[in-house]
Ligand binder design. Structure first.
Ligand SMILES: NC(=O)c1ccc[n+]([C@@H]2O[C@H](COP(=O)([O-])OP(=O)(O)OC[C@H]3O[C@@H](n4cnc5c(N)ncnc54)[C@H](O)[C@@H]3O)[C@@H](O)[C@H]2O)c1
Ligand SMILES: CC(C)[C@H](C(=O)O)[C@@H](O)C(=O)O
Ligand SMILES: [Mg+2]
Length: 357
């Protein structure tokens, strides 16, 4: 076990299933603090729809300030039909985008590691899933999400802009990760059509030639990648791509793992403070029913322990506890189990105390 840590963690539960899965994250942190003798100060703040309801704005300044002062940020999910009116100028999702850019979190790491016990939960055949272990590095603070927007009654516009510096920093992050893993880097773009993709391709190829010549480097068009992810997922190690493509491809990749409720993510910038959240949304169709799978949230907690708090052993223990529960079938309905969100979280905590003993 590592040296005792005192850390401040901003807790942004958000909307829909957010508060249900965050309750399990907080309880797991309590268990980890007790096991390791650490102290985690949890500072809860509103974001998204909950913040619109309480304060009229999806990212209140106090929430952003708390996140800036914290060692790490945990987020459940934002959004839902209550706030989804098409003509609404204030949307929960703006809170999440503002947080990502406000904290300078340009690299979003989304690991995909299907567990053998769950091969049956994926539409793919087990022989396709054996050995799949990839990370999508999604650019998170640029592209279509952040470009100029125009909304007129009969016309609309979303501008996609990328600069050399924005591309270089995220490709460098992906290159470093590939070097620490299996040495393969795949750029996904749409350079046959988009000017921004042609810039991505030129900048990434130059950078790889200069600094990452040891890597096995490949370029794949995004439409073909949607197919290759399903037809040859074991061929990929680190995939780097722009904001929108990374968003879409990782929901698809969740089907390799077996459920949206299994993929965690880490959003990182230049410093050690990161934002950790499942890749899934607020799941309004199951919210408030204790049906949500808390594993993606708990795996996001593990990423936080490792990447922002330097607690590698504790991160490993939590991941082991999650996968032990999965192996034993202690899972929620999305994975064919019968546990509630709370029961699945309790099962992980019980394993955690056993594996740590
Ligand atoms: N990071 C975020 O906060 C985030 C991410 C994606 C979507 N959203 C928002 O969430 C809302 C709903 O979006 P959506 O329905 O397209 O996507 P979603 O990810 O919320 O749900 C898609 C499907 O996956 C299921 N699912 C998601 N998480 C699950 C979990 N933990 N356990 C079991 N099943 C789970 C849902 O029940 C649903 O059937 C929208 O307002 C969207 O903008 C937020
Ligand atoms: C809610 C939405 C803004 C968000 C995104 O598109 O980044 C979500 O889909 C995600 O994947 O985190
Ligand atoms: Mg998404």
């Amino acid at each position: 076990m590592q040296a005792k840590r005192v850390a401040t963690i901003a807790i942004l539960a958000g909307d829909g299933i957010g508060p249900e899965i965050m309750a399990e994250a907080e309880a797991a942190l309590g268990e980890i603090a007790a096991v390791g003798g650490h102290r985690f100060d949890l500072v809860r703040r509103p974001i998204g729809g909950a913040a619109i309801d309480a304060l009229g704005c999806p990212l209140p300044s106090e929430t952003l300030t708390t996140c800036r002062q914290a060692d790490a940020v945990l987020l459940g999910a934002v959004g839902g039909p209550r706030w989804d009116k098409v003509d609404s100028k204030i949307r929960p999702e703006q809170g999440l985008l503002g947080l990502r850019s406000g904290l300078g979190l340009f690299a979003n790491l989304r690991p995909v590691t299907p567990h053998p016990a769950l091969f049956g939960a994926s539409p793919l055949k087990p022989e396709k899933l054996e050995g799949v272990d990839l990370v999508v590095v999604r650019e998170l603070t640029g592209g279509l999400y952040f470009g100029r927007k125009l909304e007129l009654p009969d016309q609309a516009e979303d501008v996609c802009t990328y600069t050399v510096a924005e591309i270089e920093r995220v490709v460098r992050r992906a290159g470093d990760l590939a070097r620490a893993r299996r040495g393969k880097l795949t750029l996904v773009d749409k350079a046959n059509v988009l000017a921004t993709s042609r810039l991505w391709r030129r900048v990434a190829e130059d950078l790889v030639r200069r600094e990452y010549a040891d890597l096995d480097y490949e370029v794949v068009l995004v439409d073909a990648m949607a197919m290759h992810l399903l037809s040859r997922p074991t061929d990929f190690d680190v995939i780097v791509t722009e904001n929108l493509f990374g968003d879409i491809l990782t929901d698809e990749a969740a089907m390799l793992a077996g459920s949206m409720g299994l993929l965690p993510s880490a959003s990182l910038g230049e410093g050690s403070r990161g934002l950790f959240e499942p890749i899934h949304g607020s799941a309004p169709d199951i919210a408030g029913q204790q049906l949500a799978n808390p594993m993606a949230m708990l795996l996001s907690v593990a990423m936080m322990l490792r990447l922002s708090l330097g607690l590698d052993d504790e991160a490993g223990l939590l991941e082991q506890a999650v996968w032990d529960c999965v192996s034993e079938g202690q899972v929620t309905r999305d994975l064919g189990g019968s546990l509630s969100t709370g029961e699945a979280g309790a099962a992980v905590r019980s394993r955690l105390s056993q594996v740590a003993a």
